[in-house]
Structure formats: structure tokens, C-alpha cells
Design a binder for this molecule. Structure first.
Ligand SMILES: Cc1cc2nc3c(=O)[nH]c(=O)nc-3n(C[C@H](O)[C@H](O)[C@H](O)COP(=O)(O)OP(=O)(O)OC[C@H]3O[C@@H](n4cnc5c(N)ncnc54)[C@H](O)[C@@H]3O)c2cc1C
Length: 541
């Protein structure tokens, strides 16, 4: 046996980032929750944050991603850790808490309270959030079929995760997925070739879906061509006679990240389904679901950014280079503070958007705001996440690149939210459409944002650029820069409105007025600003 030379005893390694209170340690989150009407939920959010930030949860997350699901004939086998996360998130109501028992939206601050939890979950395990998101969002599409919604909702709302492979009618809880994307097109769903044939009161669906995630959901909302065109269908895994329906999974995708979640390729061979909404009304019917999944993409990307930032700062506070902790070295402090400003902006924008969803049913201007700003915020936040997580990884040096720490996994996860549920350009087209279809409401939202941003640096120029691009019809080619500016204007305005004029000023000066390079740490930040931003990320231990 080789002699041991005693390299096991090492110093200067940062302790694992775990057993943290994901709510209590996060000043911007606590402020955003309070400013958006959910302050009374703080005690319960604290409990949630301590539980999800425990070492055990981080260990479960590692297991869920190291042991990806496998397709076994009709079913997908998951590691117990995946089921554990599903049970935890369902118990907390992340899949259902924003709905009343009759399927109408729950009263404010249901969206903000859920979003705060979703943001924390995204810092721990992301894959299982896919079916959680789709289940909660599906209720919005089921509004077009009230009787079906009335039957399904009690099963969704139980807060019991039932992974059994049985008809949904016999289960103690159910989850729903969605099947829109086909080989020939995901953005252009009108090109779907899957056919729906009428069979009495129901339909038989034949065709394929190229991406259908969480295939162990109990039912799916699926788009297919019926007599009058593209239509939306409720397709359960079992037929009403109790037989397994003809959904044949071809294989599971071998994905870059998101590995705890299964995404399937599937063929339907006369699969049983019922129509949701009108024949030919498929896009209109499923759009409210898509809007909610887009919101969740933005929330979870903001959560991933927070995870990257917190782990980077945690590491830098414990790691010394040249006899000094990284967290006191000026260039590293600038990098971390610049990242902190980005996360503050992303979180403020997302939480203010959730407030709009909370108020949409009673305040028309908030409904208009949600319509216009969901694609803009999804665009900016989901695109910001991979770059921020990459920079966070580099803050850990070589350790960031290996699987012992969680940043490598987070880095693989980060791009997915920008790609699915409307990729970047599609979000740009959506903002353009909102300005075209309801120009008056869009202009009013923009004026409101400009007012809230007040005299923050660059705010007036940003509002002018957005108006010129969208309202005056500069066209698609110029949309990206204006969409980014729109989301950043929301962030600055939200920070200002929630009483953080100091952070809003930093954010606006470094983002809206353009005095920043293309990477983190190139913003022009004063020492006092840096100190204040970093103190807000994590309490100094
Ligand atoms: C992990 C994962 C899970 C998924 N799960 C599901 C699921 O459960 N159900 C489901 O239905 N789908 C799912 N999808 C599919 C996803 O929603 C689609 O991949 C996405 O909508 C893009 O469609 P596409 O891949 O066909 O790309 P395309 O539509 O071909 O788009 C390619 C690129 O072109 C851009 N583009 C499109 N139109 C324009 C235009 N007019 N001008 C400029 N640029 C444009 C897009 O922004 C995109 O960047 C999943 C995808 C992934 C990666």
C-alpha cells in the first residue's frame, strides 16, 4: 500500500453552501415580497426557506440529477429523490395554490407568495418544477372546458402527490403536462400535423410530439388538427374504460441539463382525448397556459441567478488568495456587486410582474401590464441567467467547474428557460404584437413605467427607444434591444417603487444609461455601492 503523505488536511476551502435560510438570508427577496403584498406570509416563507436550504435538500437534488429517469415500456422510472421533490412541492401547493376551488384565480397575494417559494425551489432542484409549472398553468386553459375543469381541479388541488400509474379518476392527486411541439415546428404550432378524428362525443388522436416533458403526468393538453383547424385536447394516460391509452413513448431526450426531469418523444395511435374549448380554437385556448409557464420560466431563472450569486459570494468570503479573502479584493468585489445588481433587477421585475398577475382580474391596467411585460421579462431574465451562472462558476475557480459543487449543474440547467415556452426572438415578436394589437394599453404601461422610474439615469432614453421601436414600428430587426430595455426599465421602476431608490439608481446607471461593458465587473460602481449591494446578498458570517 502506498504511504499516505497527508494531503487530506487542507485549509482555505469554502464550506458547502447548505443549511442556509433561503428566505431570511435574502434581503432583496424579503423586500420584494413585502412590496408586492405578501409581507404577512413572511413567517411561513422563512420556514419554507430553512427547509429548502437544508443540507438534506441539496443532497436530494444531487441524487435526482445523478440518477436520471429511464423509459421502461409504458412508464418512466424515476429515482426516489425525484418523487420526494414532487411530493414536497405539491404539499406546498406550488402546482395549485393560485387557484380557488372553482378554478378562478386565488386572491392576491397568491401569485407573489407562490413565486417567492418557486424562486427558492429553483435554487435547489429545477427538473421537477416542469410538471409543477405545467399542472398549475393547465388550469388556465381548462377554463375553456368548465365541466372538465370541475372534475379535474379537486384532484389537482389535493396537495397529495400520487405517482401511481392508474387512471386519474382513481388517484389521490394528479399532474398535467402539455404536448405542442412537433418535429417540424415548436414555435410554429400551426404547422402541427397531428390529427384529431371525432368519435361520438370524444376524439381519437393520431400523430407525434417531438418534446413532451414529464410523460408520467396523468393527462396532457395536446394540440391537434380537427375539422375546423388546430384545437386543444385533454388526453389522459388511461381511457375511461380503464385501459392504457395509446401514447407510445419512443425515447427520452438526452438533454444538456434538466436531467432529473424526463422529456419524451411520443406517438399517439388513436389516443383517446376530449376537446377543450372550441374546434379550431387551439391556440386561443392554450395561450393562457403558455403565459403562466412563461412567468414560471422567468421566476425560476431569477432563482437560478440568485443561487449562483449566493454561492459565489459565500465562496469568496471563505477563500483567500494572496493572503486576502477574495471578498475583500477590489476587482472581485466589483464583479460580485455587479452580479448582485443584476439579480436585484431580475427579482424586482419578476415579483412586480407577479403582482400584476395577482391584480389582473380586478384592475384592467394590471392585466395589460401582465400581457405586455411577461414576454419582455421572460426574454431578459432567462437570457441573463446563463451568463450570470457562468460568472458565478468562475468566481469559484476550478472548483466551480467540477460536480462536487452545484454550479456546474446549474450552468447546464440555465439555458433551458430561454429556449422553451417561446424562445428569445419569439418573445420579441410577442412584445411587438402587444404594441400592435393594443397600442393604447401598451403606451399607458410604458408611460406608467417611465413615471415610476422618474429621473433614474437612462430611464427617459430607454422609454423613448422602446416607444420608437414598438409604437412607431421600427420593425422586428430592432426588437431585441428594445425588449431588453423594456425589461430593464421595469426592473429599475420596480426597485424605485419598492423604496430602494439606491439600488434602482445603481441598476439604472449601469444598465439603462449604457455605462457598462459586456461582462460582469465592468460597471462603474463606487465602493459604498458595492458594500451595500453585497451586504444585501447574504449576511456576513
Ligand atoms: C428540455 C425541453 C423540454 C421541452 N418540453 C416540451 C413540452 O413538454 N411540450 C412541448 O410542447 N414542447 C416542449 N419543448 C419544446 C420547446 O417548447 C420548443 O423547442 C420551443 O418552443 C422552440 O421550438 P423549436 O425547437 O421547434 O424551434 P423553432 O421553432 O424552429 O425555432 C428555432 C429558433 O428560431 C427562432 N424563431 C422562430 N420564429 C422566428 C421568427 N419569426 N423570427 C425570428 N426568429 C424566429 C426561435 O426563437 C428559435 O430560437 C421542450 C423543449 C426542451 C428543450
Amino acid at each position: 500500500m502506498a504511504a499516505r503523505i497527508g494531503t487530506d488536511e487542507v485549509s482555505n476551502l469554502s464550506p458547502p453552501y447548505q443549511d442556509v435560510d433561503l428566505f431570511g438570508s435574502d434581503t432583496p427577496l424579503r423586500e420584494a415580497v413585502g412590496a408586492n403584498g405578501a409581507g404577512d406570509d413572511a413567517a411561513s416563507l422563512g420556514e419554507f426557506g430553512r427547509h429548502w436550504g437544508s443540507a438534506a435538500m441539496f443532497e436530494w437534488a444531487k441524487l435526482a440529477n445523478e440518477n436520471p429517469p429511464r423509459l421502461e415500456g409504458e412508464v418512466v422510472e424515476f429515482h426516489p429523490s425525484y418523487h420526494y421533490f414532487m411530493a414536497e412541492s405539491v404539499r406546498e401547493g406550488l402546482h395549485a395554490s393560485t387557484w380557488q376551488p372553482d378554478g378562478t384565480p386565488a386572491a392576491a397575494p397568491a401569485e407573489v407568495a407562490r413565486a417567492a417559494r418557486f424562486y427558492m425551489v429553483a435554487q435547489v432542484e429545477n427538473g421537477h418544477m416542469c410538471p409543477i409549472t405545467m399542472t398549475r398553468a393547465s388550469v388556465a386553459a381548462l377554463a375553456a372546458a368548465p365541466a372538465l375543469r370541475g372534475a379535474v381541479l379537486p384532484k389537482i388541488a389535493t396537495r397529495q402527490y400520487d405517482p401511481g400509474f392508474r387512471p386519474w379518476t382513481q388517484k389521490s392527486g394528479m399532474t398535467l403536462g402539455m404536448g405542442m411541439t412537433e418535429k417540424q415546428g415548436g414555435t410554429d404550432v400551426r404547422a402541427n400535423t397531428t390529427r384529431a378524428e371525432r368519435d361520438g362525443d370524444v376524439y381519437r388522436i393520431t400523430g407525434h410530439k417531438w418534446f413532451m416533458s414529464a410523460p408520467m403526468c396523468d393527462a396532457f393538453l395536446v394540440l391537434a388538427q380537427a375539422d375546423a383547424g388546430l384545437s386543444c385536447f385533454f388526453m389522459p394516460r388511461f381511457r375511461p374504460d380503464g385501459e392504457i391509452s395509446a401514447l407510445h413513448f419512443q425515447r427520452l431526450k438526452d438533454k444538456l441539463g434538466n436531467r432529473s426531469n424526463a422529456s419524451s418523444e411520443v406517438e399517439f395511435d388513436n389516443a383517446y382525448a376530449v376537446l377543450v374549448g372550441g374546434d379550431g380554437q387551439g391556440i386561443r385556448t392554450i395561450l393562457p397556459m403558455v403565459q403562466l409557464t412563461r412567468l414560471d420560466c422567468a421566476i425560476s431563472s431569477a432563482g437560478m441567478m440568485r443561487a449562483g450569486l449566493a454561492q459565489a459570494l459565500h465562496h469568496c468570503r471563505h477563500r483567500s488568495v494572496f493572503q486576502k479573502r477574495l471578498s475583500v479584493q477590489p476587482m472581485m468585489r466589483t464583479v460580485l456587486a455587479d452580479m448582485a445588481a443584476e439579480v436585484e433587477g431580475a427579482l424586482a421585475a419578476v415579483m412586480r410582474l407577479c403582482r400584476s398577475f395577482d391584480l389582473a382580474s380586478s384592475v384592467p391596467s394590471e392585466a395589460a401590464r401582465a400581457r405586455l411585460l411577461t414576454p419582455a421579462i421572460k426574454y431578459w431574465v432567462c437570457k441573463a441567467a446563463p451568463a450570470l451562472v457562468y460568472e458565478a462558476m468562475e468566481c469559484l475557480g476550478g472548483n466551480g467547474y467540477v460536480e462536487d459543487f452545484t454550479l456546474a449543474r446549474l450552468y447546464r440547467e440555465a439555458p433551458v428557460n430561454a429556449i422553451w415556452e417561446g424562445s428569445g426572438n419569439v418573445m420579441g415578436l410577442d412584445v411587438l404584437r402587444a404594441f400592435t394589437r393594443d397600442a393604447e394599453a401598451a403606451r399607458a404601461t410604458l408611460a406608467d413605467l417611465a413615471r415610476q422610474a422618474g429621473d433614474l439615469p437612462g430611464a427617459v432614453d430607454a422609454a423613448n427607444l422602446i416607444a420608437k421601436t414598438f409604437a412607431d414600428g421600427v420593425g422586428e430587426g430592432g426588437a431585441r434591444v428594445a425588449v431588453e430595455r423594456l425589461a430593464q426599465l421595469v426592473a429599475a421602476a420596480a426597485l424605485n417603487a419598492q423604496g430602494r431608490g439606491d439600488v434602482a439608481e445603481t441598476f439604472a446607471r449601469t444598465r439603462l444609461s449604457g455605462r457598462r461593458g459586456s461582462t460582469y465587473g465592468t460597471g462603474d460602481l463606487a465602493a459604498a455601492e458595492i458594500r451595500s449591494l453585497l451586504a444585501r446578498v447574504l449576511p456576513d458570517s
